[in-house]
Design a protein around this ligand. Sequence first.
Ligand SMILES: C[S@@+](CC[C@H](N)C(=O)[O-])C[C@H]1O[C@@H](n2cnc3c(N)ncnc32)[C@H](O)[C@@H]1O
Length: 250
Amino acid sequence: MQSFRLLKQFNDPANSWVVDRRKRLMPRDARAFPGDGPVDRFARALCEHQATCFRELAEAFEFFALVRKHVRAKVVADLCGGHGLVAVLFVMFERCVERALVLDRTRQGNFDRILKAAEQAAPWTSGRIDYLETKLHTASERVPKDAGLVAVHACGARTDRVLELAVANRTPVAVMPCCHPVATSKAPPALKKALAHLAVDVDRTYQLEAAGFHVRWSQVSERITRMNRVILARPRAQTHSVVTARSDSA
Ligand SMILES: C[S@@+](CC[C@H](N)C(=O)[O-])C[C@H]1O[C@@H](n2cnc3c(N)ncnc32)[C@H](O)[C@@H]1O
C-alpha cells in the first residue's frame, strides 16, 4: 500500500483513527499533528480555523507531495480547485512558485478559512494566491501559458479539458481523475468493457504521449481516496530545435 509522504505520522496504524474522516477538523484535532515542522504547523492552523476536513487535507497534502517537483513553475494553477488547498501548498513550500491561481466556477467558503490559516502559519503566502471564479473553458485566457497545471478530482471530462490545455500550452500537468467518462471516452470498446475507468486513463496516456508528452502514473494512499491515481505529464524536449541548432553550427 502506498504510504504517506508528507503526513508521515499516518503511516503508523495507531494513528489511523483520524484517517477517512469527512468531518470538519476542530481545534482539538490539532493533536493529530504534533510535529515542530511547517507541515504540522499549517495542519494545526487549519484545525484552529476549522478550515476543512481531514480527508481533503490529506488528499491535498499528499497530492502536493507527489507532484510538487514535477509541476512547479513561477505560476501554478489549480483548476477546478474548490477549496484551493493545493494552490496554497505550492506558494507555501515551493520557493520558485511566485503566485498560484485557483480556478473554479464557484468560490468556496472554506477557501477564506484556508487562507487565514496559511497566513498564520506562513505569512509569506499573503497576497500571492488569486481565486478566479470562472468556468474551466475560460482557463486558456485566464491562466498564463507557462503556468504549471494541477487538477484534483476535476470530475469526468473536465480532467480531459485540463490535459488539453497542458498540450496546447506545452506545460507540465498533474491530475488525479475521478468520475471517469467511460461512455464518451474514445478508448477502444474492448478496453472499456474489460477495464472500465482504467481504460479512460490508458487512453489519456496514449493521447498525451502522441502529443509529445512524457507520462508517468503514480498514486496517493488509497486510505485517503479510492480515486487515487495520479497522471503526471510533461512535454518532451523539442528535438526539432536541437536538430536545427546542430545543422546551423555545422
Ligand atoms: C470534486 S470537486 C474537486 C474540488 C477540489 N479540486 C478538491 O480536490 O477538493 C470538483 C470541482 O469542480 C468545480 N467545477 C465543476 N464544473 C466546473 C467548471 N465547468 N468550471 C470550473 N469549475 C468547475 C466544482 O465547483 C468543484 O469545486
